[in-house]
Design a protein around this ligand. Structure first.
Ligand SMILES: Cc1cc2nc3c(=O)[nH]c(=O)nc-3n(C[C@H](O)[C@H](O)[C@H](O)COP(=O)(O)O)c2cc1C
Length: 215
């Protein structure tokens, strides 16, 4: 069964642009996949825990050697990894906070990137880090207060969200990433509306039945 995984990370529920657009994606994807399953993980309402001593020790030892505390520390990571593995398509709502990711989205990334689960280390290989996830479409809906942070804009060098997500998702094998960007251009409402409409049109195209997802 087709599965869409949606990661929500905006701090707000009312007036959130990323939630509005992920909502739009879900609606159109459901229409195109009536039998499909939508799994939502809201990392703001349920923030993943931060990585701690037990988590790290557990990740770096054999599953049969893990203590109860290690298994407990890895439980959310198990869920996060399994959701990503089972998904056919992933949508991430990603507001830019202070030039990067909201902390709750970074916490989700830290639960996803795990040795032996989503990447492995093999010193005989070049590179030694090998991804363990199968590539699938990942659509990242990025909203910035200032559109100059997007590629081509004069603040692009300060955008640490997009290059970071591209790198870290690629590191675990999720290399098929598309960024759908909205933002104010010099704080003009009409430019904001135009960027939202452009993303809405792209979502409509992505969610068309058939193999449009690959486009
Ligand atoms: C805590 C916080 C930090 C922000 N930092 C930035 C920033 O560094 N650059 C920027 O252009 N916009 C920044 N913004 C504006 C958000 O990126 C923008 O409002 C975006 O639409 C938020 O996503 P949402 O509408 O889904 O909540 C920030 C907003 C908040 C709440």
């Amino acid at each position: 069964m087709e599965t869409l995984l949606v990661i929500q990370s905006s701090g707000r529920h009312t007036r959130s642009i990323t939630r509005r657009l992920t909502g739009r994606f879900i609606e159109q994807w459901r229409a195109a996949h009536p039998q499909g399953v939508v799994v939502e993980r809201d990392v703001t309402d349920n923030p993943p825990p931060v990585v701690n001593e037990s988590w790290i020790a557990g990740a770096y030892c054999a599953p049969e050697e893990r203590t109860g505390a290690m298994r407990e520390a890895l439980a959310v990571s198990d869920e996060v990894v399994s959701e990503v593995q089972r998904a056919d398509t992933i949508v991430i709502g990603a507001p830019i906070y202070n030039f990067g990711l909201p902390a709750q989205l970074k916490a989700w990334v830290d639960q996803l990137v795990r040795v032996g689960a989503t990447f492995r280390i093999d010193p005989t290989q070049q590179p030694a880090y090998q991804p363990l996830l199968v590539a699938k479409p990942v659509k990242v809906i990025v909203s910035a207060g200032d559109a100059a942070l997007h590629p081509g804009g004069e603040l692009w060098a300060m955008n640490h969200l997009e290059p970071y997500l591209q790198t870290v998702l690629g590191f675990v094998g999720l290399t098929d990433v598309e960024f759908l960007r909205v933002g104010n251009a010099e704080f003009r409402d009409d430019a904001m509306r135009a960027s939202i409409e452009a993303v809405e049109n792209r979502i409509t195209k992505i969610c068309q039945p058939g193999d449009a997802l690959a486009v």
